[in-house]
Write a protein of this length. Structure first.
Length: 496
């Protein structure tokens, strides 16, 4: 423990954000540049170095959080980086994109504000890049074994890096024109600028991983031929099958899925487009869905300059504090959280009819109405009770020129035919079935990440990538591996 009284003497301080009115005028990350490092040492000193660090169990990666907190408080950034990267391939991603279940599992969080674990993690990762602590780590020798990874999201990239460093020859196939999966085209740049992704991919290329973007298995490469020419195939295509809104008016023009809308905005940031063809500029926007994807749509729409933007959340507004009876510590609680996008919308008063920030809680879309040309013009919604049943007398109408559906994802996209071409079995949820070694019903074909687990968090995707790499390595080396396996395919987050 760096400071035995740090958790009592030092208050929690988070990485400050730029003023909402300033940051909505650009697509840069929302935090004040250079303001994190001065805080990190003091905040790391709040760590109690618990005898049983529940933050370890709350994070599927098993991050050595007390270890690197002590090292940061001592200003030993190199050693802190070594501890951090021992369990996480991409901490600069998780430090920006993960909702930090480790913090709700922090022992200090029982009765005080938790340690700012996520901020300290991000500080270590950024410092490691700045100081040159992360040179490429190519293997000393090659095994002569080859692995094809289909999909370049966090699970695929983590598995590819682990397997490359183990000496296998790895090729990553990505059907999009750029690498990164949802981190590239789903996550807005204001949450994570893409040069951070490019930098990691550059490191992986220098280590020997081969990348093949703009390559769709089944269209550009025959699936059976791919399986035949590799010793193992790993499917990490994510959960791209979006859920639909089954209400009258869904067919109207101007109603789009979130993952039709967000990639276009990201392409504007990449320089591919001058203006998104689905821009929210000057439009009344309604977002159906109260999760992180809906918040990403909200932050994107606010930057495009809408006439108004409102988000519908079918759940009631949660309380400000953990319900100890229903969600006891250290489970991840459902509490009222103000994301950067909601903070911006509240500051700019972008949703004049919302009850809090930009959200209408306990609200469900009943039907969509359009004009004579077949374009959506309004959303009729109704209040719902805790069982999601309509409450009589609560119908109301919102103007809407653009409706975005952010209702989550049910499993891998079956439209490309990959699952059928390889003859893979799926489970009742629609995700790829696998055994306790992450192997599918087809020998030598493995599955990991959201394609097999279902929609989840980035830390679970990276943990799956690391674990499946160990399983593949065992298969290729005859039963032994030195790669870590932080989770099994049936592990799930702790719940009450």
């Amino acid at each position: 423990m760096a400071d035995p009284q740090g958790f009592m003497s030092t208050p929690r301080e988070e990485w400050p954000r730029r003023a909402p009115g300033e940051r909505v005028r650009d697509w840069h990350e929302v935090y004040v540049p250079g303001a994190l490092l001065p805080l990190a040492g003091r905040q790391a000193g709040r760590c109690m170095d618990c005898g049983i660090p529940f933050c370890h169990d709350a994070c599927p990666l098993g991050n050595l959080i007390p270890d690197w907190n002590v090292l940061v408080s001592r200003d030993d950034w190199r050693a802190a980086s070594e501890r951090l990267h021992a369990t996480n391939n991409f901490p600069e991603f998780t430090g920006r994109l993960c909702p930090a279940p480790c913090e709700t599992g922090c022992v200090l969080a029982i009765n005080q504000p938790a340690v700012t674990i996520k901020n300290v993690e991000c500080a270590i990762a950024d410092k490691a890049w700045e100081e040159g602590f992360l040179p490429p780590r190519p293997p000393d020798r090659l095994t002569g074994r080859t692995v094809a990874v289909i999909g370049s999201g966090p699970a695929g990239l983590a598995a590819a890096q682990q397997l490359t460093r183990a000496g296998h020859t790895v090729a990553v196939y990505e059907r999009a024109d750029r690498l990164g999966g949802l981190m590239r085209y789903g996550i807005p740049a204001f949450k994570m600028e893409k040069h951070r992704l490019d930098r990691r991919i550059g490191q992986m290329r220098a280590e020997g991983t081969v990348f093949r973007p703009s390559t769709e298995i089944g269209r550009d490469v025959d699936a059976a031929a791919l399986r035949a020419r590799h010793d193992a195939v790993l499917i990490t295509t994510g959960a791209a099958a979006w859920r639909e809104l089954d209400v009258p008016g869904r067919e109207l023009a101007g109603v789009h899925q979130a993952m039709e809308y967000l990639p276009l905005a990201n392409r504007v940031c990449e320089g591919d487009l001058e203006v998104s063809p689905l821009s929210a500029a000057g439009k009344h926007v309604v977002i159906v869905g109260g999760g992180d994807t809906g918040a990403d749509c909200l932050g994107t729409a606010v930057r495009e300059g809408p006439a108004s933007v409102t988000q519908l959340d079918i759940y009631g507004r949660p309380g400000a504090h953990r319900d100890q009876g229903a969600e006891p510590w250290p489970t991840y609680p459902k509490v009222y959280r103000l994301s950067v996008a909601h903070e911006e919308a509240e500051h700019l008063r972008s949703a004049p009819e919302a009850e809090a920030d930009a959200r209408l809680f306990a609200a469900s879309a009943l039907r969509l109405a359009g004009d004579a040309e077949g374009h959506v013009r309004s959303v009729c919604l109704v209040g719902v009770d805790a069982a999601r049943r309509p409450v009589p007398g609560t119908e109301r109408t919102l103007p809407a020129d653009l409706v975005l559906l952010a209702l989550g994802f049910s499993g891998p996209d079956r439209g490309d035919g990959l699952i059928d071409r390889l003859g893979l079995a799926v489970d009742p949820r629609g995700t790829i079935a696998r055994d306790e070694d992450f192997e599918t019903n087809v020998p030598g074909v493995f599955a990991a990440g959201d394609a097999a687990r279902g929609q989840s968090l980035i830390v679970w995707a990276i943990a799956e990538g690391r674990a499946v790499a160990a399983a593949v390595d065992r298969r290729l080396t005859g039963g032994d591996t030195r790669l870590p396996a932080p989770i099994g395919p049936s592990d799930r987050p702790l719940t009450a």
